[in-house]
Ligand binder design. Sequence first.
Ligand code: TXA
Ligand code: MG
Length: 306
Amino acid sequence: MSSIASSHSPDAIERAVSVLNAGGLVGLPTETVYGLAARADIEDAVAKIFRAKGRPSDHPLILHISDISELDRYAVNVPRVAMTLAEQCWPGPLTLLLHKTSAVSPLVTGGRETVAIRIPANECAREIIRQCGHGLAAPSANVFGHVSPSSAQHVLDDLGDRVELIVDDGNCSIGVESTIVDFTTSDPQLLRPGGFPAEDLESLMGHKLVMPSGESRASGMLASHYAPKCTVVLANDITEAHDAHNSIPNSRILDHWDNTPLYAASLYSQMRQADSDGVDTIIGVLPPISGLGSAIRDRLMKASFL
Ligand code: TXA
Ligand code: MG
């Protein structure tokens, strides 16, 4: 049976570490979404992640570390500018795609020579990683293709017995996945807009990020991702949303469209709520293309893709 341990209980971290060190899976709270974590150096444990999610084995996983000093154990030839972002943005919702060392199993990277790495801002997560003494591979803790989990209950709803322990640290503060930047090509590419605003990264780097093209974009970034069961209809503004709501039976407009941080933080729970309420269609107002708004637009568009 899977169990939930409150992050406030004194033995939550110890329990999580012992499950992970024994090759088990833990639902891990992060500031973006909950992860489904395994020790990245235990291949049987990493294999369990793919089975639990129903995820194809060529879809690479993000390696979560607890301190920047661990970076050179897993990545080589880290460009200066990537190092600058790591120093300025970690811990935080930024994932860097780098060249891997032999310490990273091909199982984690889906056979690729590159590895995606981040340090989560959630302190409980970092303490668990630190005490494990090795990086944790962790995709979002949802069934493959479904909406990511922003609470411990979401993890339980999706994965049930397939995860041994879920550490409950409340609702994720950001609510959308990390921003992913690829530093393995000549010009850094934005692979996924996310919790860290791309504009802020560009000002730290002193130049624009390249938008993804073909190959790297295709690797695991399927169009029809992050989808609830109900139909998702997009609206350019609230007037358009009201018109859609009036013409589509059993529809609901996603709330908090006028408050970007709250929209992001509540997006996945609103999608899940609509499904459990039996709503047929949700209408999402597209926020402006800036900051977290870019990540919300990306997820709404993917969720609307049939
Ligand atoms: O915020 C997040 O990033 C969350 C939390 C748990 O950290 N994790 C997350 O993981 O969103 P996941 O597996 O749902 O998404 C990871 C994305 C996938 O689209 C995957 O294809 C991409 O990262 N990725 C990972 N390693 C890669 C690699 N070596 N090359 C290209 N893409 C990679
Ligand atoms: Mg995911």
